[in-house]
Unconditional design. Structure first.
Length: 502
């Protein structure tokens, strides 16, 4: 099978042919290995000096990782202004993903999402964003001073989850906001739903809008034809991808990609330098180097196995009474143009329990930790590191739980609240005076902080939005299920900060 990106990777700026790079190379990883093997006498940070200064950690994780924990220098290059091995590795990454430019990120895709928004938008610019976007978008809006225009994604009431956005909803948003500067898209959602990305990009570009894509959960999709299309393949301007989530690198390591001239590389670099650390981890960057090499040279075979395992798991789970592992059968419903099969979402309402209860039971009784849960579902991520024996353990655990469960009547969860009304721009709300009120007395107030279940990190309420009774009721339901809620000063969310002075 030929990688579907082969043609795209060979096309450079303005359609010019460019040389195919050697994707077996790992410039950063090779440089750090040479550095370790040179036994250089260190009078530079980090202060642990290759592990000599932190015995307990060295004894547990081993010496090599701490020897690789170096800082920027001539032969290792500098992440803030790369001209050597980091630049070479980023160039390889760009071509591997069909982009013109790539920038290593060591603060996760959160930093990439925020950099995209700050690169595309100036204070006061409107940006169209699906409501089920990750909390990092709110951070990007606050930092940029942009004005969010929220799109309500399609909701699958039976599963109790949000899906993608439609062409019709985007056209309506543009008609109401004709001067919007940018469109932000999620590809795919946490549960694997994919909007018609190509059509959405075409619509946005026809209105001279920059297209930014959060591909935190889609870093693997370019490298096998069994996955949906990606941002770079359909001509989006920028995307941020979590290589660590689904493509093999270490936690916190991601990449920012760009194509075209709607946002210049100089602008992107200028924005990155505002927040980028001057001490980027060579462990993280080496893992990006190796993960890119693996995807480019072996991705088709590795991802074929991941797809096989995901399909096998879905088929077997759908034989278990009370469970429904949803997938590509949803394609064609509003908000689901395509689907990433390695997102193994399982609806558990047929067992008379919530997703939160199922997650706890799997961990407590079967020593299995799934990715996330909500009121109706659990989500398992099948990736290039999974083995069939572990998939079988999950299937058998679910069979056992089903056999011991009383099959109670299915009760659908509360409907996810519709978009609250934004009264104050998020940036202005962030800097406004605030007071603390009990949650039950906050109805009608303007929120001074975010409330979100994490994961997935999608806000129920954002700064500057009017709190409604529906939102308070929904938060109380989440609290009652012992959901991990974040974003508030009060960790138990018995109170919430709202705008106004005491």
């Amino acid at each position: 099978m030929v990688n579907r990106l082969m043609t795209l990777q060979n096309i450079g700026e303005r359609g010019a042919k460019v040389a195919r790079l050697d994707q077996y190379k790992t410039p950063v990883f090779d440089a750090i290995k040479r550095y370790v093997e040179s036994n250089v006498i260190q009078f530079h940070v980090p202060g642990h000096k290759q592990g000599a200064g932190i015995d307990e950690l060295r004894e547990y994780i081993g010496e090599r990782a701490l020897q690789m924990d170096a800082n920027g220098m001539g032969d290792l290059d500098f992440a803030n202004n790369p001209t050597g091995v980091i630049y070479e590795s980023e160039t390889l990454m760009a071509q591997a993903f069909g982009a013109q430019n790539a920038y290593f990120l060591v603060n996760g895709t959160t930093s990439g999402v925020q950099a995209m928004i700050m690169s595309a938008c100036e204070p006061g610019d409107k940006i169209i964003i699906p409501r089920n976007a990750h909390k990092s978008t709110t951070g990007g809006i606050i930092l940029s001073g942009a004005m969010p225009v929220y799109l309500q994604p399609e909701v699958n009431a039976e599963l109790g989850i949000t899906m993608g956005i439609t062409e019709e909803s985007l056209r309506r948003a543009i008609k109401e906001n004709p001067h919007a500067k940018a469109l932000f898209i999620i590809n795919p959602t946490y549960y694997g739903f994919v909007s018609d990305l190509k059509s959405l990009v075409r619509i946005a570009h026809s209105h001279e809008m920059v297209v930014l894509v959060d591909e935190a959960h889609g870093a693997h999709m370019s490298f096998h034809d069994g996955f949906p299309l990606t941002a770079m393949e359909v001509g989006a301007d920028m995307s941020a991808a979590s290589i660590h989530k689904t493509a093999g690198s270490m936690t916190q390591s991601s990449v920012l990609l760009s194509r075209g001239d709607m946002v210049s590389p100089e602008r992107i670099k200028q924005v990155l330098n505002l927040t980028y650390t001057s001490s980027a981890s060579y462990l993280l960057m080496s893992s990006l180097d190796i993960a890119r090499k693996q995807l480019s040279t072996r991705g088709i075979d590795i991802l074929a196995e991941a797809l096989r395992l995901a399909r096998m798991a879905r088929d077997e789970i759908n034989k278990i009474e009370g469970l429904h592992a949803f997938g590509k059968e949803l394609i064609g419903q509003p908000g689901c143009f395509d689907f990433d099969e390695t997102k193994l979402g399982i609806n558990v309402l047929g067992l008379g329990c919530t997703g939160y209860e199922m997650e706890a039971k799997l961990r407590r009784e079967y020593n299995i930790q799934i990715e996330m849960s909500d009121l109706s579902n659990i989500l398992a991520i099948i990736s290039l590191g999974d083995k069939e024996e572990n998939i079988t353990l999950l299937i058998n655990a679910l069979k056992d739980i089903s056999s011991k469960s009383e099959k109670r009547k299915v009760t659908h969860p509360p409907i996810i609240p519709q978009n609250p009304k934004m009264i104050v721009l998020p940036r202005d709300a962030f800097y406004s005076p605030k007071k603390i009120v009990p949650l039950e007395k906050s109805v009608g107030e303007i929120s001074g902080e975010m409330v979100m279940a994490y994961p997935p990190g999608i806000p129920v309420i954002c700064m500057g939005e009017r709190i409604t009774q529906e939102i308070v009721d929904y938060i109380e339901v989440l609290k009652g299920q012992k959901t991990q809620l974040q974003g508030t000063a009060d960790p138990y969310i018995n109170s919430i900060m709202v705008l106004g002075a005491d």
